[in-house]
Design a protein around this ligand. Structure first.
Ligand code: AGP
Length: 608
């Protein structure tokens, strides 16, 4: 998704904008640009280009003392990838950057007759034109921005410069995220997320929807649509700039795979007291979990697959009905929720638009909405009735890894709490489960030791066209995440299949050399899965087996075997996924792909 950065303060703006855009590259983009008040006059200069931030830096050819500007990385929605369609867009009084989609841009174009004056194919240029037109009518930048957004439908995070107001940035949002901060040493910053200005401040506030921000070196004014000043609610993160840097790793993804032991430990430790789950640190007491008769988990992508693991563990161990819903489906359905339904909304970014919309729908049916998110102060966190943060630190790579394992660990704690309150588990059993959960960071650390073996193996995968991940029970759920990891960063078609389903169609696709990642750690179905694997092997599959067995060398069963250390069934997911993550990572790099920024993908999907 697009990245936004704005700065006005006591330093030259251009270096801050360019560095901020580099920090936002992980969001996914295809062009970049900046606008600034040239030498702090009323002349707004724009530099923009299709390509990377490094390409933009190359065209920022004029040293100037501007202390105020805005910058943007564009993930194309309306209009192709071109310099003309790159942001910022200038129209009349205004230079504008935008993250989101203005759904009625064509209607606005026709209403105002902008057509012949437009130089791009973007909805953003139309927005700039509306804002400039409103300025002509109202003569005030803030009122012009408010009046313009009142006529717009869709999602937006706008930052605007008005040439009559050098040194000031005006901003307003709806759905698309923005955060801001001001320090007396540096000035005012605004961005899509904190990583863009973490070098200057760990304090920030999430910009409320439909509130106007006026940023100047002296401070930030926040006001509602009626002009009433509102006090920003500042938050502070517990991580620093190094967390948003690679620190010697070739890619953020590999760093984040290795950060998982720490991420999981930080997520669960504050929520365990006397070997039992305790969510008082989240301000959540047991009343949330009392009279819960069913659970609905809502998420997208990896967060959904984490939810599926959590759901299976809760169903199997505590007999509580749990459904897992794809947010983009759920939000358009007539959900069967009631006051006894606990809705868990899972999201790393806390900004996924479909998940946010699904949460808003769920809130019309129950007051038991619990957000499981990684980004403090994110929209989903702020709009849920309750919030539980994973403490994985910033996850920069598009492919989610440490957030997934942290989410699963959090689901396990929630499950044990539900089991205790529902009297489905005795305290000694609960303590034993939680103490095993405490050892998960060590389990993950052990599996990282397989890295070299996995890296060597991927040469067998980099030319594959189709890869199948098969398993039963929790192994099938983790196979879904494994398959997603591979396809999203290596561009190889990968599918997860319930091993018992193969005979119902998919096995027709298994031919000589087709890689099959076979996961068999669930004791009650191990024999069945082994039979399923042999069926694929008999048809020429290249089988990579992950199982508890020691040293499997049967050529009729598998070509490669990874021993999964013996832990309770519910916990092998933490071991297996590390191998799948590394398999995806090294296959991606083996194919010359940058796993941190895979094509077409964004870290946080804030457009529908
Ligand atoms: C996972 O590797 C992908 N980046 C994607 O599926 C992601 O999990 C999904 O977009 C949900 O994002 P969220 O957790 O921030 O809501």
């Amino acid at each position: 998704m697009c990245g936004i950065i704005g700065f006005t303060g006591f330093h030259k703006a251009q270096p801050i904008l360019l560095e901020g855009l580099k920090r936002l590259e992980y969001r996914g983009y295809d062009s970049a640009g900046i606008a600034y008040f040239r030498d702090n006059t009323t002349h707004i200069s724009i530099r923009k280009t299709a390509g990377k931030v490094s390409d933009l830096a190359a065209v920022c050819d004029d040293e100037n003392d501007s202390i105020c500007g805005i910058g943007h990385t564009r993930w194309a929605t309306h209009g192709g990838v071109s310099t003309a369609n790159a942001h910022p867009h200038k129209f009349g009084h205004v230079a504008l950057i935008h993250n989101g989609i203005i759904e009625n841009y064509q209607e606005l174009t026709d209403t105002y007759g902008f057509g012949p004056k437009l130089k791009s194919q973007t909805d953003t240029e139309v927005a700039a034109a509306v804002i400039s037109t409103k300025y002509d009518e109202l003569g005030d930048p803030g009122e012009a921005l408010k009046a313009a957004v009142r006529e717009m439908k869709g999602s937006f995070a706008f930052c605007a410069l008005f040439k009559e107001y050098p040194g000031k940035i005006f901003a307003i949002r709806n759905v698309s995220p923005m955060v801001a901060t001001w320090t007396k040493e540096d000035g005012a910053f605004i961005a899509s997320d904190l990583t863009a200005f973490i070098d200057y401040s760990k304090r920030y506030f999430a910009v409320p929807e439909y509130h106007l921000l006026t940023l100047s070196p002296e401070g930030i004014r926040l006001e509602d649509m009626d002009g009433n000043e509102v006090k920003p609610e500042y938050l502070t993160v517990d991580w620093d700039v190094s967390a948003a840097q690679k620190e010697g790793y070739p890619h953020f993804m590999l760093k984040e795979i290795h950060e998982q032991p720490d991420a999981i430990a930080k997520t669960i430790a504050p929520r365990i007291r006397d070997s039992l789950p305790d969510f008082s640190v989240d301000g959540i007491d047991d009343s949330l979990f009392e009279d819960v008769r069913d659970i609905t988990v809502i998420a997208c992508g990896t967060a959904l697959y984490a939810g599926m693991v959590g759901a299976q563990m809760i169903r199997e161990n505590f007999g509580i009905p749990v459904s897992c819903e794809i947010a983009s489906e759920f939000r358009y359905e007539r959900p069967v929720l009631n006051a006894h339904t606990l809705v868990i909304v899972c999201s790393q970014s806390g900004e996924t638009i479909d998940t946010l919309a699904a949460l808003r729908l769920a809130k019309t049916r129950t007051k038991k909405t619990l957000a499981l998110v990684n980004v403090k102060g994110s929209s989903i966190a702020r709009e849920s009735d309750y919030v539980m943060y994973t403490h994985a630190g910033p996850e920069i790579a598009v492919a989610s890894t440490k957030a997934y394992t942290s989410q699963v660990a959090a689901f396990y704690l929630i499950g044990v709490k539900l089991g205790l309150i529902g009297k489905k588990i005795l305290i000694p059993e609960a303590k034993e489960f939680v103490e095993t959960l405490r050892t998960v960071p060590d389990m993950v650390h052990t599996m990282l030791g397989y890295e070299d073996r996995v890296a060597a193996l991927t040469k067998r995968l980099i030319h594959a066209w189709d890869v199948f991940y098969i398993g039963r029970g929790l192994d099938y759920k983790v196979a879904m995440e494994g398959a997603l990891k591979l396809k999203e960063i290596s561009y190889i078609h990968a599918e997860a299949y319930a091993a018992g389903e193969l005979k119902h169609g998919t096995i027709s696709l298994v031919e000589d050399g087709v890689p099959v990642i076979a996961i068999s750690t669930q004791k009650n179905v191990h024999g069945k899965v082994i039979s399923n694997i042999r069926e694929t092997k008999a048809r020429g599959a290249y089988v990579i087996l992950l199982s508890r067995d020691e040293n499997v060398t049967d050529p009729a069963l598998c070509d490669v075997h990874f021993h999964i250390p013996d832990v309770p069934d519910e916990f092998t997911v933490f071991e297996v996924i590390v191998i799948c993550q590394m398999l995806a990572y090294y296959t991606s790099t083996g194919r010359g792909v940058n796993p941190d920024q895979p094509r077409n993908l964004a870290k946080s999907v804030t457009v529908e």
